[in-house]
Design a binder for this molecule. Structure first.
Ligand code: GTP
Ligand code: SPV
Ligand code: MN
Length: 596
């Protein structure tokens, strides 16, 4: 860490002229008292943590139980991404498309420029250089985030490869994402997250939360990333990545796109049930996946992140023991509850509900209180190196070859447990029509079904129909196409219970997916696609009733007709650029359903 008082841009850790002149410009605009360059060292992390504790930004947790762990409480109005305040600022509204909020770059720079003007006076501006992706990977991208938030610096230190290494990797190049972030007064009226894909720039103001403020994550790795991917022939996706090793030692890589708070982290950390003795699931990534065609004709993927910003509620020894291990040290907890002895707690954690807690807003809380003690979108930030099942290939510069891609949503009705697409175009249609009930990961009403194509609705940095085109174009550069699937862990019975046990038991579905990807097992052809033969779908040793599983897998023709009407509405909204293949796929499915 190096700093200087009121002397321009501090003591630079780089001589990159592009970087220095951009920082000068931002310093002139935001007028911080001090500029501090982050080198990513352990000493720097310690110093910043101490400073954060002194300022009340972090609360030390019980260091015996949770070494290196701290609690952060957000402003209660700033606890999730705010999609309505997120903008794609392309030259034309058409490039942003009908699913994004748009502002012209001129208007956005002007409007936010007024808010940034003097916004850091009396404060410190931290220069946070980082790499998204393994060092030396041809797929990696460099970003620099300028922020006045120590919480952001510490989170970026966990979530990315942050510090001097990024500056060294950048050298004298001008090819880096320019991120400017200021917490301001955390007023939603003065909160904007603006993306300038043509300038590889992000301006974020008025929020300190997760995807709004950690600019490497959703802003660079997905919104700007998807834009660059389209231009450069690769894909930036909201997907987890796992390596599934069978008892013979063969590992198959699977990527899965589920919308926010719909199970990616859990699926990425899956522990196979006893029945799957000798199987092992390795985590490559839990949220973001960058993929590009390799010289061997396969699709190769990296996880651009270095940590997990995971949902706390529902995480326990039974659902996700891997996460419980991962978050037991060196973790920042955001908006969870605290026990009297400085431990953390959330709804769905192991053990008895404590008699008394301090809730996520710092208020006393008693067992039986109608309010949740932890916020529904409370999170942990942990380094991936804490994960006992971290893939040994997570730092491979070329990434891992993807054999199957899975789309999944949170649907209490209609969508069966697992279906394989007939072919690539049909699979792209499945992804493009993905629906999911909204969650607490974004502000707004929870539990409403909305179309969330490829789980990218809030993250696609350009026109959605053109994004579908990009998917449909991929076979031109991939000979060995991944097989495409749809899953739903969240179907419910009449009494509201989940029909499928989920979590570790999802291994059974994963195994079928892998067998299908390797063409090792059969299936039934249905109107929706291929589904498992009962005989080839291993349910042994599972406590759930077979009737429930049957119901979870069932196809209700009438419900699907309603589903297709909803899809049509969505397609109409996207009509201007909707690829014809997808329109025809919907009609084909309708015709199959009509035949019964
Ligand atoms: P983001 O980080 O927001 O992108 O979320 P995510 O997709 O990583 O979701 P995550 O794995 O954190 O799961 C979100 C919520 O869904 C948690 O409360 C989980 O307990 C719950 N969940 C995950 N997997 C399953 C499952 O297989 N079945 C059921 N019923 N719930 C699940
Ligand atoms: C999501 O909402 O999909 C997340 C959390 O992974 S955030 O970083 O806030 O985007
Ligand atoms: Mn996510």
């Amino acid at each position: 860490m190096s700093s200087a008082l009121a002397t321009g841009i501090g003591t630079p850790l780089s001589r990159n002229a592009h970087l220095l002149s951009w920082i000068e410009e931002c310093v002139r605009l935001t007028k911080p008292d001090r500029v501090v360059w982050c080198d990513g060292s352990a000493a720097e992390k310690d110093a910043l943590t101490r400073e954060a504790v002194r300022l009340g930004i972090l609360i030390p947790l019980n260091q015996k139980k949770l070494p290196g762990c701290y609690l952060h409480r957000s402003n209660p109005n700033d606890v999730a991404r705010t999609e309505q305040l997120t903008f794609i600022c392309t030259r034309t509204v058409k490039e942003a498309g009908p699913t994004n909020n748009w502002m012209s770059p001129e208007d956005a720079y002007q409007k936010l420029g007024r808010l940034f003007d003097g916004s850091m006076s009396g404060r410190t501006l931290y220069v946070v250089p980082y790499v998204m992706g393994p060092f030396g990977s041809p797929m990696a991208k460099i970003g620099v985030e300028l922020t006045d938030s120590i919480y952001v610096v510490l989170n970026m230190g966990i979530m990315t490869r942050m510090g001097q290494g990024a500056l060294d990797a950048l050298g004298g190049s001008s090819d880096f994402n320019r991120g400017l972030h200021c917490t301001l007064d955390v007023n939603p009226d003065r909160r904007f997250i603006c993306h300038f894909p043509e300038d590889n720039t992000v301006w974020s103001i008025g929020s300190g939360y997760g995807g709004n403020a950690l600019l490497g994550k959703k802003c660079l790795a997905l919104r700007i990333g998807s834009y660059l991917g389209r231009r450069e022939g690769w894909m930036a996706e909201h997907m987890m990545i796992v390596g599934v090793e069978d008892p013979n030692g063969e590992t198959t890589y699977v990527a899965a796109a589920f919308p926010s708070a719909c199970g990616k982290t859990n699926f990425a950390m899956l522990i196979p049930p006893k029945r799957f003795h000798g199987w092992k699931v390795w985590t490559v990534g839990d949220d973001i996946c960058w993929m590009r065609p390799g010289p061997d004709g396969r699709l190769w993927a990296i996880n651009p992140e270095a940590g997990y910003f995971g949902v706390a509620p529902g995480t326990n020894q039974a659902t996700n023991p891997t996460a419980m291990r991962t978050i037991s040290k060196d973790t920042i907890y955001t908006n969870v509850a605290m026990t009297p002895d400085g431990d953390v707690w959330w709804e769905g954690k192991d053990g008895e509900v404590p008699e008394e807690l301090v809730d996520w807003q710092g208020r006393p809380w008693k067992k039986g209180s109608p309010e949740k003690a932890a916020h529904a979108n409370s999170r942990f930030t942990s380094p991936m190196t804490n994960n006992p099942n971290l893939s040994p290939h997570v730092n491979d510069p070329e990434g891992v070859p993807i054999a199957a891609i899975v789309f999944g949503g949170r649907r209490s009705t209609t969508v069966p447990l697992v279906v394989q697409a007939f072919n690539w175009v049909h699979g792209v249609y499945m992804g493009a029509t993905l629906g999911s009930e909204t969650t607490a990961a974004t502000t707004g009403k929870v539990g409403v079904v909305r179309r969330d194509p490829m789980a990218m609705l809030p993250f696609c940095g350009y026109d959605m129909g053109t994004y579908f085109d990009h998917w449909l174009d991929m076979p031109k550069s991939i000979r060995d196409l991944p097989k495409l699937f749809q899953v739903n862990w969240f179907r419910r019975g009449d009494d509201g219970r989940f029909l499928w046990p989920g979590f570790g038991e999802n291994m059974r579905v994963l195994k079928w997916i892998i067998d299908r990807a390797h063409r090792r097992t059969g299936g039934w052809e249905t109107a929706l696609g291929w589904v498992p033969h009962q005989a080839e779908f291993d349910l042994s040793g599972m406590s759930v009733s077979l009737e429930d599983v049957d119901e979870a897998e069932s196809i209700d023709i009438e419900a699907w007709k309603v589903e297709l009407a909803d899809q049509e509405e969505f397609f109409t909204k996207l009509a201007a650029t909707m690829p014809r293949e997808l329109v025809l796929q919907r009609e084909l499915l309708m015709a199959r359903l009509d035949r019964g």
